[in-house]
Design a protein around this ligand. Structure first.
Ligand code: GAP
Length: 514
């Protein structure tokens, strides 16, 4: 098994062991691709959401938030195109009776060529040492060039089939590449069919005439259908934005990589309404701004990259993803899309209501264009969790597992620990905890040795530990231990609030954005 896969497994196990993420319905053997957040996970998740929400609604005069319902009128999904086109191409293996996404089977095949190339490069790098010129090697090595040519040809054929919605060609690629079912090992495939990803349910009793409704597959449509309400009641002037955080549901067929692809997940979406013709200016603005938001967390600039879309959805005139380097490669965490006037125009058409904006400066009405920023909370959580996890060698055979969370996102900001469980130290520690808890999430812990308690806090990413000892009773000072450096300093109790606030408050992070 590849080393990175082992690392990822260890990270997933840590997320469970320390109360971050649990499999849903675990005592009933779980529900596939559905997860619950535990006592520490919910705090980290809430902090991520707060960072996003406040950066949108508090740092921008012209962005307001809403919280729309999950259930919406079913015609909304007809208008948005989800009923007809929110599909994945599926294929079944007749022997194992297992169902796969045809596009994922082919993408995995493309990734195998990438792996082969990377292995050649790694082998050569080891052989040549310092003098290795990777760029030259990739351009000239015959084996690399052969793999690359096969990869590019396959990619081109696949992209065309997807673009043309050519299901027969997708099947033919699977046959030609001799892709086998991982379970049965055979190539006994059915035809490729389209499968709609929306969950359907019924509203009302049958006697009343039940109506089919969908669990929303994105939060964005709740914003579009409230555009007029917000614009009018908030007297919003273009350009302006509407932000929303909420659950979304997709019946994903290939659900894998833990919380990366889930059937129930959460999105943070913002639709920014602009004058037609000005959309590229704002697309570029949001593309840069969103990257700044990510990088301000300080997890390493090289872990992010843009992936601009070459092939655009029919309603978009520009689109890019922000990708993050997960243990299983660079993956999309956020999408930024210029969606033209597609959604508002569709809702105008299907609802029969005029959905326009009267622009007092231009003295005319028009359908606004929209720039969308859409990020998955769970994917953001996963990227933070993976990149902050470290199994650290402290020398002399000593190790610790530490989560180097950006301090404002940490589930617990400060642990207050009496050195021993006697001599009035617990009482003093409680007094300090009760003082700090108005401003920071704090934990009190008196069980086990101080070393073990530090390790427990490291494992959940607590940036500060305050240790109360006998000297505290004499001079009202404590030891403040820093998670990342493990350095300790003596500080007055009175200084704790201001010292912690400077590092752990969300303000410190938000200020980096302006
Ligand atoms: N309104 C646009 C929209 O929904 P998307 O690219 O389908 O666009 C946006 O989704 C983001 O939602 C993705 O970048 C990803 O972070 C998250 N997301 C999408 N599907 C997901 C899934 N099945 N599980 C977890 N997150 C998902």
């Amino acid at each position: 098994m590849a080393k990175q896969e082992d690392v990822f497994k260890t990270i997933v196990a840590h997320a469970k062991e320390y109360g971050f993420v649990f499999q849903s319905s675990e005592i009933y053997d779980g529900l596939s691709a559905v997860y619950d957040y535990g006592q520490n996970g919910v705090e980290l998740k809430n902090n991520i959401k707060r960072y996003w929400w406040e950066s949108m609604t508090m740092l921008h005069d012209n962005i307001v938030g809403i919280d729309s319902a999950i259930f919406m009128h079913p015609t909304i999904w007809k208008a948005s195109g989800h009923v007809d086109a929110f599909n994945d191409p599926l294929i079944d293996n007749k022997d194992s009776k297992k169902r796969y996404r045809a596009d994922v089977l082919i993408e995995d095949e493309i990734a195998k060529f990438d792996d082969k190339i990377n292995k050649e490069v790694a082998k050569a790098a080891k052989r040549f040492g310092e003098s290795f010129d990777e760029e030259m090697f990739r351009k000239t090595n015959p084996r690399v060039l052969e793999h690359q040519a096969k990869r590019d040809a396959l990619h081109e054929r696949f992209a065309k089939a997807m673009n043309d919605n050519d299901l027969a060609e997708l099947r033919q690629i699977i046959i030609d590449q001799e892709i086998v079912c991982p379970i049965s090992g055979t190539r006994n495939w059915t035809d490729v069919r389209q499968f709609n990803l929306m969950f359907k349910t019924e509203m009302g009793s049958t006697a009343d005439g039940a109506m089919n409704v969908y669990l929303r597959p994105e939060t964005a449509q709740g914003i579009f259908v409230n555009y007029l309400n917000v614009q009018k009641t908030g007297r919003m002037r273009i350009p302006f934005g509407i932000a929303q955080i909420g659950k979304a549901f997709r019946n994903e067929i290939v659900a894998r990589q833990f919380i990366f692809r889930m059937r129930e997940f959460e999105q943070m979406e913002m639709q920014f309404f602009v004058r037609p013709g000005e959309e590229m200016h704002y697309f570029d603005y949001w593309r840069q701004w969103r990257m700044r938001w990510h990088k301000a967390l300080g997890m390493g600039d090289s872990k992010y990259r843009f992936h601009d879309h070459e092939k655009l959805a029919h309603y978009a005139n520009a689109a890019t993803d922000i990708e993050f380097e997960m243990p299983f490669g660079f993956k999309e965490v956020e999408g930024i899309h210029s969606r033209t006037d597609f959604d508002l125009s569709q809702h105008e058409k299907y609802s029969g209501k005029k959905i326009q904006y009267f622009d007092p400066e231009l003295n005319k009405s028009y359908t606004p264009y929209v720039i969308e920023t859409s990020i998955g909370v769970d994917r953001m959580f996963l990227s933070v969790f993976c990149s902050c996890y470290e199994d650290q060698d402290l020398g002399n055979g000593d190790r610790r597992v530490v989560l180097h969370f950006p301090a404002p996102l940490a589930p617990v900001k400060c642990a207050v620990l009496p050195l021993v469980k006697k001599d009035g130290l617990p009482e003093k520690a409680r007094e300090i905890q009760h003082r700090l808890r108005f401003d920071f999430t704090c934990q009190y812990d008196e069980k086990d040795s101080i070393g073990k308690r530090y390790r427990r806090q490291d494992a959940i990413g607590t940036p500060y530990c305050v240790t109360v000892d006998h000297q505290t009773l004499e001079d009202n000072t404590v030891t403040l231990r820093h998670r990342d450096t493990m350095e300790q300093q003596r500080v007055a109790i009175d200084q704790l609030e201001s010292m912690l606030a400077a590092e752990v408050s969300l303000n410190s992070l938000l200020r980096k954005l302006l």
